[in-house]
Design a protein. Structure first.
Length: 235
């Protein structure tokens, strides 16, 4: 499975979002958009109208991470607007299966996110419903936080679950991506890749750099090197 980098515009200049999106074109795989409602998390960022506007200018597919109350009601609209991936939180969703299926029916990949303190084991039965698992490596709400090493064992457990699922389902099984979000930088990305992540959200590590596209390429190189020698990848 290929390494993918998804720069988070949470660390970008909100007054220049179109330009900030173009700054990583040709280097990144996705553009990560953190939607926060000041209820599920203690921050207010942007919503569907800004995503719709950004979709008119960005050539990269949009990866929407919904940190909001009532994602069951609001998530499908992001897929209908044209987002390539829409992720909801298990802590907020009341009908996750129905909502994940609605996202996919609207044409987007569907993801399931877990906060650092939420165990993955309780959601193993939902893996067949998702295209991606997102593990938060900081407490959600604000960019620029320090990476939480306590999540590394959970990344390993999740990777083991995904590997076991693929072994059980066989070679034709749908590949599920494992994304990490929060504090991902040149100091932490190799640990995440070694543990089993293959999609990396990086905010300040990209947009605080003088050359965001170069920062993306350097992060990718690090993740690819670490993945190539990781025990889970060799197995």
């Amino acid at each position: 499975m290929a390494v993918q980098i998804s720069p988070s515009i949470l660390s970008a200049d909100f007054a220049r979002l179109a330009d900030e999106a173009k700054a990583v074109e040709g280097a990144a795989d996705w553009l990560h958009v953190d939607v926060m409602d000041n209820h599920f998390v203690p921050n207010l960022t942007l919503g569907l109208p800004v995503v719709q506007a950004l979709l008119k200018h960005a050539t990269l597919p949009i990866d929407c991470h919904l940190m909001i109350d009532d994602p069951d009601r609001h998530a499908p609209a992001y897929a209908e607007a044209g987002a390539g991936s829409v992720t909801i939180h298990v802590e907020a969703a009341k009908a996750p299966v129905r909502t994940l299926r609605a996202i996919r029916s609207a044409g987007a990949r569907c993801g399931l996110a877990l906060n650092p303190g939420t165990a993955i084991q309780a959601y193993e039965d939902l893996l067949d419903e998702v295209d991606m698992v997102l593990l938060m490596t900081v407490e959600p709400g604000f960019g620029g936080q320090k990476f939480l090493d306590m999540v590394l064992p959970k990344i390993r457990r999740t990777r083991a679950m995904l590997t076991a699922r693929n072994t059980y389902r066989g070679p034709q099984s749908r590949e599920i991506w494992l994304q990490v979000d929060g504090g991902v930088s040149e100091e932490t990305i190799e640990r995440c890749a070694d543990a089993g992540a293959d999609v990396f959200v990086a905010g300040s590590a990209v947009y605080d750099a003088q050359d965001p596209a170069r920062a993306v390429r350097e992060l990718r190189d690090q993740a690819e090197r670490s993945t190539a020698r990781a025990a889970w990848h060799s197995a």
